[in-house]
Design a protein around this ligand. Structure first.
Ligand SMILES: [Fe+2]
Ligand SMILES: [Fe+2]
Length: 132
């Protein structure tokens, strides 16, 4: 694990809204497994990541729709790009390009932290405001 990964893990992906933070912790565990050099089964971990992200994105989108969140379309587009990128990686894995999967996994927390701090943090602030 790199120093950058350690730095990101504790303070940058939590948004202060428990249902979303629970998903973010789960995401971190799954990504850690994918990044663990002792774990050789990239196909299995990529599948777990894909399944998790489908549920993760759908849960956030359900909150947005339930509460008429004004930035639903923008946030959903970011999710669609994310899910497409995971599909691409699974295709690359199936084609035998393990190095591409390794690079993708290594860079993913950086992407995720930016999404968490922007789209997800804004959504969490909106949802918390409704409950205040
Ligand atoms: Fe999220
Ligand atoms: Fe999101």
């Amino acid at each position: 694990m790199t120093a950058a990964t350690v730095k990101i893990r504790h303070d940058e992906i939590l948004v202060g809204f428990k249902p979303i933070d629970d998903l973010h912790k789960e995401f971190q565990d799954i990504l850690d497994a994918l990044n663990d050099p002792a774990e050789a089964d990239y196909g299995q971990h990529l599948l777990a990541l894909h399944e998790h992200l489908l549920r993760h994105c759908a849960t956030e989108e359900r909150f947005m729709l339930q509460e008429n969140y004004p930035h639903y379309a923008r946030h959903k587009r970011a999710h669609e790009q994310l899910l497409e990128s995971v599909s691409d990686e699974r295709r690359q894995f199936d084609a035998g390009d393990i190095a591409a999967v390794r690079r993708y996994a290594a860079g993913m927390m950086e992407w995720f932290a930016i999404h968490a701090q922007s789209e997800d943090a804004e959504l969490a602030g909106f949802l918390k405001g409704l409950r205040a």
